[in-house]
Design a protein around this ligand. Structure first.
Ligand code: COS
Length: 383
């Protein structure tokens, strides 16, 4: 694994950081208070290329390797995890499912719109009664002539109220995970309704929705993959999604580190900067080690993906470590800031609130541990 970035990768990272420092960082506190990022930033982010990363040029994307993608996710996580989520779900969970499993027509229809940011996609897997146990989801898709008719409910769907298209996982037979099928559903289809979930601890600037599907009729050509292939599509895509979340968490740790160093070297107590106290240095040192370790785990995943090697267990390790590290780092950053860390004039408390969901979504820390444990022992603790 080559640990040096090439000129193109470095240039993209610099471009992304410069853009986000200008267009996102000065506004993130207000967006968080308003519970809504300014969506004007979406086309600007598309211009930088965030929505086109890893989507081949023939479908309007930037192409590029997975390492460049995770560099982008790290910069988004450092600036504002709400923005990282918008990209990770539209380009990542939605786009990568279409790219990996779509027909040529489906790729031509959706990927250029995703890459240009003119359309946001969402990923409808989780339901009120099935979170970790995704293979037992209960939404239904009934075949009716040349169509399918979908009924059910989805919960905690990032981009849900903004998306023009939803990837919906629904049951076409009662065969557990093997009875799940995926559908590409335009959100203006009659019977499709998205309602905003308010009152979140973090990621407040990002739309999170509950989806209601009531006799939503789509043509058979909207089916992604074969009948019964849906769970595999979801799991394959989530493996990459976990790398994306982990990369965003590296950005959170890095942001906490930079902010803490800045505050500790300027704020004075007992006649010297906070940075002069050994216990403060310990907090900062822990963040620095976590940033390096999490980044290396993420880069290893990107390297495996770019070389076409299996990466599922590596993704679980990266997601587990980086998300827990993000919570640790944000907690430590608040400790460095003291009382100032408790108010939103400084970013530490937003980092903590945003980090907290990272150990929950796209597979909780417990799910990642069981996947790693299964890979190590060969024993399946899920059954
Ligand atoms: N990649 C490809 N295929 C996979 C896969 C993966 N990562 N994981 C499972 N599959 C396949 C299996 O190979 C199996 O296929 P076959 O029927 O051909 O044998 C099928 O999916 C069912 O597998 P199984 O029943 O063994 O499921 P698992 O035990 O692997 O999955 C867990 C159980 C709990 C690990 C899974 O449901 C999970 O990851 N849950 C968390 C879901 C989640 O992250 N939700 C949050 C969503 S936020 S968008």
């Amino acid at each position: 694994m080559d640990l040096t970035l090439n000129d193109e990768q470095q240039a993209f990272r610099d471009l992304a950081r410069d853009f986000l420092d200008r267009e996102a960082v000065p506004h993130r506190t207000q967006w968080d208070r308003d519970e809504q990022v300014d969506l004007e930033i979406v086309p600007k982010m598309a211009e930088i290329g965030f929505f086109g990363l890893t989507i081949p040029e023939e479908y309007g994307g930037l192409g590029g390797d997975y390492l460049t993608y995770v560099l982008g996710m790290e910069e988004l996580g450092r600036a504002d995890s709400a923005l990282r989520g918008i990209v990770s779900v539209s380009n990542g969970l939605f786009g990568k499912s279409v790219l990996g499993f779509g027909t040529e027509e489906q790729k031509q229809e959706w990927l250029p719109q995703i890459a240009s940011g003119s359309v946001l996609g969402c990923f409808g897997l989780t339901e009120p009664d099935t979170g970790s146990d995704a293979g037992n989801l209960t939404s239904r898709a009934r075949r009716d002539g040349d169509d399918y008719v979908l009924n059910g409910q989805k919960l905690f769907i990032t981009n849900g109220t903004w998306a023009k298209v939803a990837l919906v996982f629904a049951r076409t037979s009662d065969d557990g995970p093997r009875g799940v099928t995926a559908f590409l559903v335009p959100t203006d289809t009659p019977g499709f309704e998205a309602r905003e979930v308010k009152g979140k601890l973090g990621l407040r600037g990002q739309a999170t929705a509950e989806l209601f599907l009531s006799d939503v009729r789509v043509p058979a050509s909207a089916r992604l993959g074969d009948e019964g292939q849906g769970f595999k599509i979801a799991m394959t895509t989530l493996d990459k999604g976990r790398v994306s979340v982990a990369a965003g968490c590296v950005g959170i740790v890095q942001g906490c580190l930079e902010e803490s160093v800045s505050y500790a070297t300027s704020r004075r107590q007992f006649g010297k900067p906070l940075a002069g106290f050994q216990l403060v240095q310990e907090l900062i040192s822990d963040m620095s080690v976590d940033a390096d370790a999490a980044r290396l785990l993420v880069w290893r995943c990107a390297d495996l993906i770019d070389r076409g090697e299996p990466f599922g267990t590596a993704a679980s390790k990266a997601k587990l470590f980086a998300s827990e590290a993000a919570v640790r780092a944000a907690n430590n950053a608040i400790q460095v800031y003291g009382g100032a860390g408790y108010v939103d004039e400084y970013p530490a408390q937003k980092y903590l609130r945003d980090a907290r969901v990272m150990t929950l979504y796209e597979g909780t820390s417990q799910i990642q541990k069981l996947l790693i444990g299964r890979a190590e022992t060969g024993v399946n603790a899920f059954v």
